[in-house]
Design a protein around this ligand. Structure first.
Ligand code: COS
Length: 378
């Protein structure tokens, strides 16, 4: 058991960290202010092979390990959480093809997504089914060589910019979780339209939109896996995605901690810097402990995934812990900044808003507890 980065992982971490600090962090301000999807940044991430880093070379990836993927997400979040959310949404969007796609689907969608030529989105959540993903209302009815999709999805990250999305629809509604099927939906397919964009509290650049299917004809060859296998595919993808969200929590918490340390050393109150007061020192100590615990729980889940072992429970634990730890950390970091922390001139104000979604998307904290306890009690 070795709790340290390999030399390669450390070099990679340093490189992405520098890029995040020098390039992403300055851009994060306008992305947030203008509710702007950072297209240029996404092209850059593709150039740096970050759009599908942990996928095999034969599929177009660079074959890095799952810990490197977590490091990439962590460091990108350090600079800009919205950019990281676009990236994790992209991974989530094509992962079903990696797990269950056939050769043609892999060639047409997966490899271009891994190489960053095509952007992907994951289309599961609906206005009336979020946590209860098995209660989806979108239907897919077989009609010869096509499925006809009707229904709507919402809060879909990347939807308006994606070249394709993996969408889930009910092929046998009565069977609930055993009646859902996964499909690849290409941009511009007749019957699929992108609806209104959301005006969110945080990670504003990671634009989310509604997706509407009205008699959308999807060729049978766009079905992923077998009919009615979609729920399990979605759950497997989300299990893997939760490590990414955990990594986002680590990156955001580290950024908030570093900002708080810097502010505490600079800010003078009652003739002393904040860092001289034990009340502040204790807060910083608690924050640093949360960050490290979150980081190693995330790497532990990533390592299990990399080793081909079961990791569903540990991914949920990492997601739960980092989401809540990052909440504690940004809260204290803002408190240390005092009134300035409440102002938009300081990045902590944005981090505070960006953090909140980590406790909600890819399964709320309460859903993670259900997943963990299901593993304990089964
Ligand atoms: N991997 C593979 N299969 C899984 C699975 C997983 N992680 N989780 C559940 N399944 C399977 C079960 O084994 C069961 O299979 P059988 O039909 O063969 O028995 C089936 O899926 C249904 O499972 P379950 O009965 O546990 O489903 P529930 O409807 O009770 O839902 C939770 C389970 C709550 C865990 C699930 O709905 C969930 O994770 N919801 C949150 C969804 C989410 O994260 N949404 C955000 C979207 S992305 S932003």
């Amino acid at each position: 058991m070795e709790f340290k980065y390999t030399e390669e992982q450390q070099d990679f971490k340093n490189t992405v960290h520098d890029y995040a600090v020098e390039v992403l962090a300055p851009r994060a301000v306008d992305i947030d202010k203008n509710n702007e999807f950072p297209l240029e940044t996404i092209k850059e991430l593709a150039k740096y092979d970050l759009m599908g880093i942990a996928y095999p070379e034969e599929l177009g990836g660079v074959g890095a390990d799952a810990i490197c993927e977590a490091i990439a997400v962590e460091e990108i979040t350090y600079g800009c959480a919205a950019t990281a959310s676009i990236l994790t949404g992209h991974y989530l969007g094509f992962d079903a093809l990696f797990l269950r796609g056939n050769d043609e689907q892999k060639r047409n969608y997966l490899t271009p997504a891994i190489q960053g030529e095509k952007l992907a989105a994951f289309c599961l959540t609906e206005p009336d089914s979020g946590s209860d993903a098995g209660s989806s209302r979108t239907t897919a009815v077989r009609d010869g060589d096509y499925y006809i999709l009707n229904g709507s999805k919402h809060f879909i990250t990347n939807a308006a910019y994606a070249d394709f999305m993996v969408a889930f629809a009910m092929t046998d509604k009565a069977k609930k979780t055993r009646g859902m099927t996964a499909f690849v939906i290409e941009k511009g397919m007749p019957g699929m339209t992108i609806g209104a964009g959301d005006d969110k509290m945080g990670i504003r650049g990671a634009r989310t939109h509604e997706v509407i299917f009205e008699d959308c004809r999807v060729p049978v060859e766009n079905r992923i896996g077998e009919e009615n296998e979609g729920f399990k595919i979605a759950m497997q993808v989300i299990d893997r995605g939760r490590i990414g969200i955990a990594a986002m929590g680590v990156g955001l918490a580290q950024a908030a901690l570093d900002a708080a340390v810097k502010y505490a050393k600079d800010r003078v109150v009652f003739s002393n810097t904040l860092s001289n007061y034990q009340g502040i020192q204790w807060m910083l100590a608690e924050m640093a402990t949360d960050v490290e615990a979150a980081r190693w729980l995330t790497y532990y889940a990533a390592d299990l995934k990399e080793s081909g072992k079961k990791f569903s429970k540990e991914a949920a634990m990492a997601k739960l812990f980092t989401a809540e730890a990052s909440h504690r950390v940004v809260h204290k970091a803002l408190q240390i900044h005092g009134g300035y922390g409440y102002m938009k001139e300081y990045p902590i104000e944005r981090m505070y808003r960006d953090q909140r979604i980590l406790e909600i998307f890819e399964g709320t904290s309460q859903i993670q507890k259900i997943v963990i306890s299901n593993h304990l009690l089964r």
